[in-house]
Write a protein of this length. Sequence first.
Length: 336
Amino acid sequence: MPTDPVALTRQLVDIESISDNEAAVGHFLSNYLREQNFQVETMPVPQSGGRERFNVYAGISNDSPDVVLSTHMDTVPPFFPSREDDQYIYGRGSSDAKGIIAAQVVAAERLRAMGVRVGLLFLVGEENGSHGAKVANLQPKGSRFLINGEPTDNRLALASKGVLNAVIRAHGKMAHSAYPELGDSAIHKLVSVLERLLHMPLPSDPEVGPATLNIGLIQGGYAPNVIADEASATILVRLVGPSDKIRASLRDAIGGDAELDVALEIPFQRLKRIEGLATMIAAFTTDVPALSKWGEPLLFGPGSIHVAHTPNERLAKQEQREAIDLYVQVAHRLVQ
């Protein structure tokens, strides 16, 4: 029986799958895809605590796919269940990316009926480090093309910005605030460093636009009457090219006032173009850089990134229907 994309989206949304807790939605998808006569396998993804977690791959028995449709099963918190009206499906993950999963399942059913060798790859952990994609990249299926789904308003992404996530730590000497000369404030050092970072020149790409820097977290101190001996800030830079110059600029701006610890880097990615499709630049990161062995990548999907991760997350039903047609059209063009 053909998949109803709205019904499938709501079933998926109603299974809470915040990052690190994707087992239930993975089991549901595995069983559903088997019922749709796909050959299904799971790829265990280790995590601390030993809880079950796995990617789901569905394809053609004993055959390598030419094209793989892929997105992620995990969501950001908080969870809230689905509802719908005439125009929209609402709920956590409706846009990012469970509505995309449903669209890709329907598209894969149509492509299979057309004789296209198609696979589906649904991943864990995209929202917090692409852990599932890194495991999947150790088990490629020989596909020529990878179509990754993220909310791009059904526009083909020409590039996606990378990420440099770093912690800046300042150290000082604790003292009574009445006698600041006896201490050395780590917070004062950190504030000075952050001011310099906010005025640091950032690179720009003529097609992609500028790199951006956000100071997302600041921690330190004990009380207003204590000179702080430790302080830290977590920053995130959206990359539009290699990170070397950004790293050097950060070190120069920090000088000897603090330490720089890079926690995560996801590289900037240019993507395949197809004539005749509306395009965009993705300022966000995706699993694509971690899936280098799954074929030449493309990136597009239904939904708006501007409502993803918000209390009003939603997906237009018409846009989901258009995405199904677009996935079929693009995949068919790629393999001809």
